[in-house]
Write a protein that binds this ligand. Structure first.
Ligand SMILES: Nc1ncnc2c1ncn2[C@@H]1O[C@H](COP(=O)(O)OP(=O)(O)OP(=O)(O)O)[C@@H](O)[C@H]1O
Ligand SMILES: [Mg+2]
Length: 264
């Protein structure tokens, strides 16, 4: 956990625009936005907003609606949410749905209730490179984290996204800091793919993060009417329990991301 002094290192960049990005569908962009935004807001204490600009699915906004109605109906979950609120003094982070083309302006005008800036604004951007405004939106991020999944199609697709973004940075059209990391891995099986991917990433002179996220079945544990706290991993209103965080490397990912944000 970060000290108050560490936390201030992020504040000098605020509001900080952050996105997980790859044109490849299913690499974990929405999932990791929910987990990292939730950890940053509910656990690490940053003031977070999420812009859902996945205009084909709005899956994050729909998940927030679902989570709200499930928590509202369940006495147990209401108590857990209220305990979390009392412990961290944080209401839920806002989720704002918008088209890709409007996302940057909407985020730039977003303020907290007291008129101050958010610390971190996460953008959930769909994979489709053909969407109007897709590349301009990504180019306007402060930090982009590219999830690589160890299979050939995924690596090639994310490599393409990385090349375009890298070109924009080198030509001075974007100041985005790019970092790549591995998601959905089983090191024993996919070592060759990871080595190949790392070579590709390093040839483009992009930082490969040391955190690697394992493939875990708990990613499919969404909130349902019968959920108890011990079951919740994926939720926009509650942070995952320590038990479920264990072995997921989500805390390691958050801490490595924050360090990149402080130092670049
Ligand atoms: N580390 C992981 N282990 C197991 N499942 C994972 C992991 N990361 C993501 N997933 C699962 O992969 C699926 C796709 O993830 P997600 O919807 O976040 O992808 P996406 O990049 O947002 O795709 P799209 O471009 O279509 O929006 C989800 O069912 C999610 O739960
Ligand atoms: Mg998505």
């Amino acid at each position: 956990m970060f000290t108050e002094m560490d936390k201030n290192k992020v504040l000098k960049h605020k509001p900080c625009f952050v996105s997980f990005a790859t044109q490849k569908g299913g690499a974990g962009k929405t999932t990791l936005t929910i987990l990292v935004a939730g950890m940053a807001h509910y656990v690490y204490g940053y003031n977070v907003a999420v812009i859902d600009c996945d205009e084909h699915q709005y899956s994050l906004s729909r998940m927030r609606e679902r989570d709200n109605s499930i928590v509202y109906k369940s006495e147990t979950l209401r108590r857990i949410a209220s305990d979390q609120f009392l412990t961290h003094h944080k209401a839920s982070y806002p989720v704002v749905g918008t088209k890709v083309v409007d996302a940057h302006d909407i985020a730039s005008g977003l303020k907290q209730a007291d008129g101050s800036d958010y610390d971190l604004i996460f953008f959930d951007v769909q994979g489709s490179a053909g969407t109007t405004g897709w590349i301009s939106l990504l180019a306007s991020m402060d930090y982009i984290f590219l999830p690589f999944v160890p299979d050939m199609l995924n690596i090639e697709s994310t490599e393409q996204t990385m090349k375009v973004l890298k070109y924009l940075v080198e030509s001075g059209e974007s100041k985005t800091v790019l970092s790549a990391f591995w998601n959905k891995i089983d090191i024993r099986e996919r070592k060759d793919m990871i080595e190949l991917g790392n070579t590709i990433i390093r040839e483009l002179d992009v930082n490969v993060m040391s955190t690697m996220l394992p493939m875990l079945s708990r990613y499919h544990d969404k909130l349902t009417g019968t959920t108890t706290k011990n079951d919740v991993f994926m939720c926009t209103l509650l942070s995952p329990t320590n038990n479920l965080l264990k072995d997921s490397c989500i805390e390691e990912l958050c801490e490595e991301m924050f360090k990149i944000m402080w130092h670049n």
